[in-house]
Ligand binder design. Structure first.
Ligand code: SAM
Length: 252
């Protein structure tokens, strides 16, 4: 999968690209990330990429002529035009379902904004897929672009090793519930013990516990995810125990 990042601050990505799963995926040729400095497409002697907003108001707006020239040139760098994603708080919110949709692309061009954002005509001309990290305002699109890349590469075949599976991750699979609680050594810490069922080696019992645990955790933390989703069979098989203190009872 190829990512072309269009940004005014390419150096922000240096550390990120050199670490962890992403670096491993790049080294193995599964992921390719190219950086493009929007400023390289500026045409005036000051290399300006932004200007004051018409109508007045604070801040600076990214210029349409510079952004369109840059994106069109970046597009031409590969025969696969790819999907253009504009990072903006006004886009559709990034969720696992959106990540899954993006991760099937062979190429993604990620357009990072700065300052007061983009001249509206950039949207009109380039017709990007507008994606938001959430209902808050960042200083720039770079962090949002990293989030898109980070989430998407987990779904690229071969990127995760056997030991790191996305199958049971939160928001994944048909039901999109939260993941069950995880434990590792030590078995006891400050009086907190690992649920004994996870230590017994009974794989069917462990699978049942995890299934119940993820449903319960989702109900407690993100009940909105359960709406219209719980198959009747699972509801019927859940132990009939009082809502209060359910987590403790399931952890045995
Ligand atoms: N004035 C803009 C508005 O209110 O919609 C916000 C501009 S923001 C300070 C600068 C840039 O940061 C945006 O162009 C966008 O690329 C990025 N950005 C900010 N918040 C974001 C979010 N929630 N998701 C994705 N990108 C975001």
């Amino acid at each position: 999968m190829r990512f072309d990042l269009v940004t005014l601050f390419p150096e922000i990505f240096t550390g990120y690209l050199g670490q962890g799963l992403l670096k491993r995926a790049i080294d193995r040729g599964l992921v390719d990330v190219r950086l493009h400095n929007l400023r390289d497409w500026a045409t005036d002697k000051h290399r300006s990429v932004d200007d004051r907003p018409f109508g007045g108001g604070p801040g600076m707006v990214i210029r349409v002529d510079v952004a369109v020239a840059c994106v069109e040139a970046v597009r031409r760098l590969d025969p696969e035009p790819g999907r253009l994603v504009m990072l903006t708080p006004q886009g559709r919110r990034l969720r696992q379902a959106v990540v899954e949709e993006l991760a099937v692309e062979r190429r993604m061009i990620l357009l990072c904004g700065r300052y007061e954002g983009f001249d509206e005509r950039i949207r009109q001309v380039l017709q990007p897929d507008e994606v938001s990290l959430g209902d808050f305002v960042l200083n720039g699109g770079e962090v949002a672009a990293m989030a898109v890349i980070d989430a998407a590469i987990r779904l690229v075949p071969g990127v995760l090793g056997d030991e790191e599976s996305n199958q049971t991750d939160s928001f994944s699979g048909a039901e999109r519930l939260l993941e069950f609680a995880q434990y590792t050594r030590p078995r006891e810490f400050r009086g907190l013990e690992v649920p004994p069922i996870l230590l017994g080696g009974d794989h069917q019992a462990i699978a049942r516990w995890r299934e119940q645990n993820r449903t319960l955790r989702t109900r407690q933390r993100r009940a909105d995810l359960l709406e219209n989703q719980i198959p009747k069979e699972r509801e019927n098989h859940e132990p009939r125990i009082a809502e209060a203190g359910r987590e403790e009872q399931l952890e045995g």
